[in-house]
Design a protein around this ligand. Structure first.
Ligand SMILES: Cc1cc2nc3c(=O)[nH]c(=O)nc-3n(C[C@H](O)[C@H](O)[C@H](O)COP(=O)(O)O)c2cc1C
Length: 404
C-alpha cells in the first residue's frame, strides 16, 4: 500500500500516537477538521461513560507547516483525558521499592482478546493485552483517516455513511444502492448529509439501546459507507493484492466488532440471476449529459462501484455487519486464569452499541484505502501535480467515443 499508517498507544495510557506516510505535499490540513470527525465518532446513543470523559482534541506533531503538508510523514498525538485516573495502574515505569504493583486482571471476557491474547503474549495480567485491543484505538484511525479524506475531497470525492440496522431494528432506508446520478450533488451537500445522519431515527435507536441496557446486554447492527465522486480506474487488476475490493475489505474488516464486509449488493448477489445482478450500461440521453462527464450511464449499482478490482465510476459502497459488543453488564460465565476456577467475566466500563461510532470509523478506513489507490493512480509527491494528472485523465476517459 502506498499510503502507510500506524497507530500506537493503550486505551488508558497517556494517549495515542499515529503516523500516516505517503500524503502529497501541499495538502491543506488543519486540526479543527480532525477534531470535528473525532466529535462525530463520540456521538451515538449507545455510548457509555467514557464519552463523557473524553473530548478528543488532536495535536499535529509533524509533517505539517503553515497549514499544509510538507510531503513527509504526518504524525498525530491524541491525549487520553482519563489518564489522570489511570497513571498508577498504567504507569510506564516499574514501581520503586515499597510501591505497590497494580492488582492484575485475571477474569477474561468471552468475545474479547483477553484469553487468546494473554496466552499468545505470555501475560498473567489480562490488562497487558486488553488495553491495546480496545477500540479506543479507532479514535486515531479516525484522525489519520481524516487526513486521507481531505486528500479525497481535493478531488471531489466525498464519503458518507448510514446505519442500516441497530439490534433488531431495521431503519427504513431504501434498498436501492446509490448510483453516480445520486452523486451528482455537491460535495457540500454530501458533507451536510453526513453530519445530519446522527439526528435521524435517534428516538427508535435510543429505545432499542435502552431495552438492551436494562437487560444488561449489548447490541450489534449493520451500516453502510459510501464514497461519491470516485473516478473509474482506481485499484489494479494486475495482482491479487492490488485489487481495490480486497484492500477495502481488509481495512473495514480490521475494525473492532466487524464480522462481515460486503461490497455493493454483497450476499444478495448470490440469489440473483446474472440478468438482474449486472449493472447494464446505456448511452446517456441528452438530458442526462453532464459537461466533462461520462457519456455512458448505469441505472443500478449492484457491484458497489468496483468491477475486476477497479473502480468503475459508480459510488463505492461497502456494508459492514457488527457483532454485539462483548463486555456485558450481566456478566457471562468465564474463567479466572489465576485460580483456574469458574468466575464471572470482567465488567469493564462498556458501551451498549457503537453502530454510529463505527460508521465514522468505517468512513475513515474507506478514505485511507481510496486515498492510497488515488495516489497510486495520479502520483503522490505534490497535490497540484496529482490534480493536473487527474484532470487530464478525466478528459481522456470521457472523450466520446473512446479513443485512446
Ligand atoms: C467505536 C467502538 C467502541 C467500542 N466499545 C466497546 C465497549 O465499550 N465494550 C466492548 O465490549 N467492546 C467495545 N468495542 C468492541 C471491541 O473493541 C471488540 O469487540 C474487541 O476488541 C474484540 O475484537 P473483535 O470484535 O474485532 O473480535 C467497540 C468497538 C468500536 C468500533
Amino acid at each position: 500500500m502506498t499510503l502507510r499508517w500506524l497507530t500506537a498507544g493503550e486505551s488508558h495510557g497517556p494517549g495515542l500516537t499515529g503516523i500516516i506516510d505517503g500524503l502529497p505535499a501541499g495538502l491543506p490540513l488543519d486540526a479543527a477538521r480532525i477534531d470535528h470527525e473525532l466529535w462525530r465518532r463520540q456521538q451515538g446513543v449507545g455510548r457509555g461513560g467514557r464519552m463523557q470523559i473524553e473530548h478528543d482534541t488532536i495535536a499535529i506533531t509533524g509533517g505539517v507547516r503553515l497549514g499544509q503538508t510538507l510531503g513527509g510523514p504526518v504524525s498525530l498525538w491524541l491525549a487520553n483525558r482519563d489518564w489522570a485516573n489511570w497513571q498508577d495502574r498504567m504507569r510506564v515505569t516499574s514501581p520503586g521499592e515499597g510501591e505497590a504493583w497494580p492488582d492484575p486482571v485475571t477474569l477474561v471476557r468471552p468475545g474479547h482478546i483477553d484469553l487468546a491474547g494473554s496466552l499468545k503474549l505470555g501475560h498473567s495480567d489480562v490488562r497487558n493485552t486488553l488495553e491495546r485491543a480496545s477500540a479506543r484505538e479507532t479514535a486515531m484511525r479516525v484522525s489519520l483517516g481524516t487526513c486521507a479524506r481531505l486528500l479525497l475531497e481535493a478531488f471531489g470525492i466525498a464519503i458518507t455513511s448510514r446505519v442500516l440496522s441497530y439490534g433488531a431494528l431495521t431503519l427504513p432506508y431504501s434498498q436501492t444502492l446509490p448510483t453516480s446520478r445520486d452523486g451528482e450533488i455537491s460535495l457540500a451537500e454530501l458533507l451536510a448529509e453526513g453530519a445530519d445522519r446522527l439526528t435521524e431515527y435517534q428516538e427508535a435507536i435510543a429505545n432499542e439501546a435502552s431495552l438492551a441496557r436494562t437487560a444488561g446486554t449489548s447490541l450489534g447492527g449493520s451500516l453502510q459507507t459510501i464514497a461519491y465522486g470516485v473516478p473509474p480506474g482506481l485499484g489494479h487488476v494486475g495482482q491479487w493484492d492490488r485489487r481495490l475490493d480486497g484492500l477495502i475489505a481488509q481495512h473495514l474488516m480490521s475494525i473492532h466488532t466487524v464480522k462481515a464486509v460486503a461490497i455493493g449488493a454483497g450476499t444478495d448477489l448470490a440469489g440473483m440471476t446474472g440478468q438482474e445482478s449486472n449493472d447494464a450500461l446505456y448511452v446517456r440521453t441528452i438530458e442526462e449529459q453532464q459537461p466533462g462527464g461520462p457519456w455512458w450511464i448505469r441505472r443500478t449499482n449492484h457491484m458497489g462501484g468496483i468491477e475486476g478490482g477497479v473502480t468503475n465510476g459508480e459510488p463505492v459502497i461497502a456494508t459492514l455487519h457488527l457483532k454485539p459488543l462483548s463486555t456485558q453488564s450481566a456478566a457471562l460465565p468465564s474463567i479466572d486464569i489465576a485460580t483456574g476456577e469458574p468466575a464471572d467475566a470482567l465488567r469493564e466500563r462498556t458501551d451498549v452499541a457503537v453502530i454510529e461510532a463505527a460508521a465514522v470509523v468505517a468512513e475513515a478506513m474507506l478514505a485511507i484505502a481510496l486515498a492510497s489507490a488515488l495516489i497510486d493512480k495520479f502520483g503522490g509527491d505534490v497535490l497540484s501535480d496529482m490534480q493536473a494528472a487527474h484532470a487530464a485523465y478525466l478528459v481522456r476517459i470521457y472523450r466520446h467515443p473512446v479513443n485512446h
